[in-house]
Design a protein around this ligand. Structure first.
Ligand code: NAD
Length: 259
């Protein structure tokens, strides 16, 4: 039986780890060929996705650099004829009060968490329009909907990407191209583990205790969201049933934003 995304190509930025890797795996399970991207321990991640029997390529573009993103999109076009499913996921975090926020961290967060999605979207669009089919999924955050102290750059970037999502959806509303955002609450990935470690050290508590403290503050369920749950939502956004879901910022946050 043909799988839902057979014949499609998905580019998932920041897919060497965490949520991005979870989404790459779920899209590959649906038969999509995958272009992976991101830093760090990439080989194990690539092997994991390749094991699903789809074609997998990797491009190491630094998502803070427009020229490298352009090179990645040219590579996607040469190798697969273009990108059908674009998942803008790469992201970083830095936590500090505004008056102490390092300017270079502000610039990097805005570039990686927001501007990179503008570049990939503008460059993926011509082929999507030609094919009259496309799925753009922006991994925002519950911080695209509400704020937390000490996360000025992150909250600004994530609110920004929710705005970009709506504009992209509207400009393509009468085409087969949809654009939506996913807004996760706490997910236990390396990005959050750093915040758990910092909290454990500051409050002189165990790692497990620090996780509980983090969750109890914001996430009423008291449980982390998982990459697999987020990936299932991304797959749903790619399905025919989701054709009229356009420009939403869908939170999966254990009740965080309901408060
Ligand atoms: P992660 O640290 O596990 O993964 C981040 C990925 O981005 C990695 O593959 C990393 O190599 C890549 N990356 C970082 N800088 C890059 C750059 N300059 N160029 C290319 N790739 C780069 O983090 P994660 O938690 O999986 O985060 C993924 C996305 O989900 C981010 O946009 C993050 O803001 C968002 N998010 C995470 C949480 C959470 O609780 N973990 C919650 C809400 C939203």
């Amino acid at each position: 039986m043909m799988k839902m995304l057979e014949g499609k190509t998905a580019l998932v930025t920041g897919s060497t780890s965490g949520i991005g890797l979870g989404i790459a795996i779920a899209l590959a399970e649906q038969g999509a060929n995958i272009i992976m991207n991101g830093f760090g321990e990439k080989d194990a991640a690539i092997t994991q996705v390749k094991a699903l029997g789809v074609e997998v390529e990797y491009h190491g573009a630094d998502m803070s650099k427009a020229l490298e993103i352009e090179d990645m999109m040219r590579f996607a076009e040469k190798r697969f004829g273009g990108v059908d499913i674009l998942v803008n996921n790469a992201g970083i975090q830095h936590v500090a009060n505004i008056e102490d926020f390092p300017v270079d961290r502000w610039d990097a967060i805005i570039a990686i968490n927001l501007t990179s999605a503008f570049h990939t979207t503008r460059l993926a669009m011509p082929v999507m329009k030609q094919r009259n089919w496309g799925r753009i999924i922006n991994i925002a955050s519950v911080h695209g909907l509400v704020a937390s102290a000490q996360k000025s750059a992150y909250v600004a970037a994530k609110h920004g990407i929710v705005g970009l999502t709506k504009v992209t959806a509207l400009e393509n509303a009468q085409t087969g191209i949809t654009c939506n955002a996913i807004c996760p609450g706490w997910v236990l990935t390396p990005l959050v583990q750093k915040q758990v470690d910092a909290r454990a050290e500051k409050e002189k508590v165990s790692n497990e205790e620090a996780k509980k403290l983090l969750l109890s503050e914001k996430q009423p369920s008291g449980e982390f969201v998982t990459p697999e749950q987020l990936a299932a939502l991304a797959v749903f956004f790619c399905s025919p049933a989701a054709t009229q879901i356009r420009g939403v910022a869908w939170n999966m946050d254990g009740g965080w934003a309901a408060q």
